[in-house]
Structure formats: C-alpha cells, structure tokens
Design a protein around this ligand. Structure first.
Ligand SMILES: [Fe+2]
Length: 319
C-alpha cells in the first residue's frame, strides 16, 4: 500500500493535520498562532518564528502527541470505507516493519563502512606471513568487524526511529570494538610491505631520535611492549598532540589502553589470528619480523600529516 516509511508518514500526517485544523481557531493576528488546546491562540515566542502552516515546527512531535494524532486519524479513517482501507494498509505496513530489518531514516547516523582490498597480493608478504593467513585475516576477521559495525548502526537507527533509549550501551560498545577493529586493521595492512629492512629517514627518524633516543631504542621498546600484551591486542606507535611527541601504546582488544587524542602511525596486530598459522605460539618471532617490514617512508608521511592536522591543539596545561 505504501512504498516507504516516508510515504506512510506523509499520508498519516496529512490526515492528522487536517483533523487538527478543523479543531483549532483561526488566529488572524500575525503575532499569534493556534495551539492544540481547543479555542486557544498563543503568542509567538521571541526566539521562535515557525513557518505558517507547518504544524510540526509549531509542535515538535513527542511520542504522546504522535499517538494522539494517530488516534484522531484512526477515528476519521473508521468513518469511511476509504478510511478502513487506510487503516488496513497501516496495520499491514506496521506488521511488515515489525519484522523488517529496514533501518529507517539515518538521523545523524554514523556512516556505513566498506572493506577495502588489500594493498598487495595475499602472497606478497611471504615468507614473513603466509597467503592463507592474509586471506582469512582480511576476508574473515577484518570483514567481520566491518559487517558488525554496519549491523550495529542499523540496530541503533531502529532504536532512534522508535525513540527507545533502552539497551544502548551494548550498541555503543559494539561500535567502539568493531570501529576500532576496522581502523586498526586498515592501518595494519599499510604498516607492512614486501620489502625488508627499510629504515626511518627524514622527519620520522628525527622524531624517533628525539622522542625515544633513536631508532634502535624504539625497536627495543616496541618489542618489549608488544610481545607480552595480555590476550589479544596491538602494539601501536602513535603521534600524540598532547605533547607533540611519538609514543607507544599496548592496546588490548581493539579499544582498550589508548591515549585518546593520538594518531596511530604503525600498528602490529598480535591477535593470534594474525600470526598463528606461520608462527604458532612464537609471537616474539612474528613481532621481530614485522618490525623489518615497516614502510617507513609512508609512516613519515602519516606522521607529517598528523602533526600538521594537530597544529595548535597542544594541551593548554603543558608548559
Ligand atoms: Fe586482526
């Protein structure tokens, strides 16, 4: 009967507005407008100047008001055969929506994500990482985070359409976990390259020298922090505008232990799915080999962009 939710809303609103107009007085004065209270007019608020004839602007619809509008409309509908057909259409459509996965209007919604292809063939990192590991890691694990992010957004959108505030925490926890999972994996693929042994140069080399005491010291700290991460997590080299410095974060899962304003530059996935086919329980060997495959020229470009973007954002508490 109705092709979309918007079409139904338009139909039901037109009838509700028509009924309302027949019940309220005509307020001829430009400084006054009709209210839902029978026979009353009210002055326009100083800050508000709603459009004439736009009842939604005059009376932002609360849940109770929408129910009342629907009841008024239902009485009108019951007064005619056309009305009965409209009511039947409503019930049919409502039943369809109840069982539908249609997300509804994206009211301020976060965007859906899509999975980008790997920046190299799945065999490109062998023997460091085998092709099967990359296929499963990218095609199953990373794809799973993207899919769950999108599914969570649909559930959140449905909650907003129904104006429900119950059980929102699991949805936002899911967005945090799966969103961080996607961001980190996207950067993980770019934190490795087939070539071995590139060393930092230029601004990133200077930053490693100033912020860690040199490239060798950075390698030692990164390995010492990343290998023993409890359970599943990430070793992260990040730039933090807080102090205009590089730092290391031993992230657990995808979202725990972070310095909030930081920009990740290099991320090493130490979930077992990242290395177990090639290295089994030898996480240390995997991390050592990972550090030999970092594309430092690209890392320097990320560092320069992050620093420029954060220019002027240092904490006012710093001296
Ligand atoms: Fe992973």
């Amino acid at each position: 009967m109705f092709a979309s939710r918007n079409e139904w809303n338009s139909a039901i609103s037109a009838k509700a507005v028509g009924a309302w107009r027949r019940r309220v007085p005509s307020c001829a004065s430009p400084g006054r407008f009709p209210t839902p209270k029978k026979g009353r007019c009210a002055a326009r608020s100083p800050e508000g100047n709603p459009k004439a004839g736009n009842e939604r602007a005059l009376f932002p619809a609360s849940g109770k008001e929408r129910v009342m509008s629907w009841l008024v409309t239902r009485r009108e509908c019951l007064g005619s055969v056309g009305g009965l057909m409209t009511l039947a259409a409503f019930l049919t459509t409502a039943r369809a929506w109840a069982g539908s996965a249609e997300p509804g209007p994206p009211k301020g919604a976060l965007p859906q994500l899509s999975l980008e292809p790997l920046p190299y063939p799945v065999t490109a990192l062998e023997p460091f990482l085998d092709a099967r590991t990359l296929e499963i890691h990218h095609g199953k694990h990373h794809a799973g985070y993207v899919a769950k992010w999108n599914q969570t957004l649909e559930k959140l959108s449905q909650k907003r359409v129904r104006e429900e505030t119950s059980d929102l925490i699991p949805l936002y926890q899911s967005l945090s976990f799966n969103g961080c999972g996607h961001v980190l994996h996207d950067l993980y693929w770019k934190s490795m390259q087939p070539a071995v042994g590139e060393v930092p140069a230029g601004q990133i080399a200077k930053a490693l020298e100033e912020d860690f005491g040199g490239y060798r010291r950075f390698l030692e700290e990164f390995e010492a922090v990343t290998v023993p991460i409890e359970g599943s997590g990430w070793g992260i080299l990040a730039y933090t505008p807080l102090a205009d410095r590089l730092t290391i974060m031993p992230c657990e899962k995808h979202q725990n232990i972070a310095l909030w304003d930081s920009t990740p530059l290099v991320v090493c996935d130490v979930w077992e799915h990242a290395y177990y086919l090639s290295y089994q329980n030898r996480r240390g060997d995997y991390v050592k080999e990972f550090l030999r495959h970092i594309p430092w020229k690209q890392v320097e470009q990320r560092y320069v962009r992050a620093r420029a973007a954060a220019s002027g954002q240092k904490s006012p508490g710093l001296t």
